[in-house]
Design a protein around this ligand. Sequence first.
Ligand SMILES: [Zn+2]
Length: 208
Amino acid sequence: MHTYQHPITPYPMTTISDKTGEMMHRGRIEVICGSMFSGKTEELIRRMKRAMFAKQSVEIFKPAIDTRYSEEDVVSHEGNSIPSTPVDSSASILLMATETDVVGIDEAQFFDPGIVDVCNQLAQRGVRVIVAGLDMDFAGTPFGPMPQLCAIADDVSKQHAICVRCGALAYLSHRIVAGEKQVMLGEKMEYEPLCRVCYEKAKREKTS
Ligand SMILES: [Zn+2]
């Protein structure tokens, strides 16, 4: 006869969600996506700082390509920063994040496709992974590994900027300067958040 054995410690790394009251395991993937100027990095930093306050070990990784502000810090547009490590490939994150409770990944759209498997492996280890990145490029095409990351995530937050032309919620970052290259790091001079209607208008103005 088979008797059911209740596990002595059910699951070692279980928390209760403050949003829903549901039980969660600590190893999980959260994605923060949206257009430029939507506050993605601010939200990533907010979650990381909250974890630091709870004495959890945190580490942020970003692609070595993103050197807009400084080599070592994830710096948001508001100047609210957290130290971070630039890495050349997603595989380096697995090697470097061995003793980390919470792994943050910024500008995830620039990472190689291997980032999807890296996030899964970290979550499997019990790591909380928080990924921030642009969901679409300037032409409205899903950006790099972001669609896959959204798909495997336990939780996805889509952030919105405000359309600079009409004040509605923006849906993408329109490139003001010419150039067709997808990887083009930007600042306020080069991109503007636009809603669908204003983006279509801007496209027509360009071609006419
Ligand atoms: Zn608009």
